[in-house]
Design a protein around this ligand. Sequence first.
Ligand code: SAH
Length: 356
Amino acid sequence: MSECATGELTAMFRRLIRETGPISLLQFMGESNARYYTSRDPLGSAGDFITAPEISQMFGELVGLWLADLWSQMGSPERVLYVELGPGRGTLAADALRTVARFGLKPEVHFVEGSESLRAIQRGAVPGVTHYDDLSSLPDDAPILLVANEFFDALPIRQLLRTPGGWRERMVGLEGDDLVFVAGDKPMDAAVPEQWRGADEGTSIETCPAAASVMAEIAERLASKGGAALVVDYGAARLSPGSTLQAIRSHQKVDVFASPGEADLTAHVDFGQLSETAAQHGANLMGLTTQGQWLSALGIDARLEALQRQSPDNAAKLQRQRDRLVQPEQMGELFKVMGLSGGGWPKRGAGFVSQG
Ligand code: SAH
């Protein structure tokens, strides 16, 4: 979409703020990302950022192996749904589905995707896919195998700040024509998770109400219909205080207010919060580990060797791709993998050392 459209979104925010006062970061991030994802294909070297499945086919293949293993342990039930949240270009799904097919698993494919332009690309990658705006309208008569890679980080967050007068929300206001952060004037203590309520003045934290509600829905479905879920994203088992909000455009960090709708706005995922929500809604936590550890445990090095044997000319390139996914200073440590199951499906999943 053109710069003119960015201008339109900025103008819309200015008008709104002038009319109604500062708006929540939730609203700013939600509307900016909705515009951003609908207007383009953001992935890949020509886009703004690159994700694990776009780096290497090994990623989706190992996700497929993980799913096929659990499905086989359940006696290979005939009807099962492959569900992916925010599938991007559909690359992960294509790689995973090709892998599970080798085990005889040919699930119905259901994608939750907000962007019309990405839906079109996904239909090319995975013919026959059905699209949804959210999880609520999925068929509910079968177990699910759910995958979400870099989906939760794109969901809108709230930032809360402990002021002398109590907790306040960090809002988006105007200084002249410029969008700026301002402190809200409404008490927000009720939106602060229990463990942060007594934090020192000056502490700021982030919450993601949308992530909690999506996770609650996943967990309830796992508990009632059975299945397993794999959530991969950058974040931590316990988020430290402070802002993790960032805007990425053309592989560079930019100011979050510079070009709403033209940059990808993301925040770190609070896996501690997600696992608590999952447990409260009846899912079993298989574990939380780093992407590097998980891919190694799933056998990425054996897969690398096989691919290198098939294509010796690409050996060095394949090695670099593997390193990018696994090395701690690259994606290996910052990215986490969380496994969940429910409804009588195995409590343990490959790659997770500990049980929740
Ligand atoms: N999983 C893909 C793409 C990650 S980018 C990959 O790993 O390559 C984030 C994806 O989530 C995009 O497909 C985007 O359109 C989708 N998305 C972001 N917010 C969404 C929302 N609120 N509802 C549905 N899809 C959303």
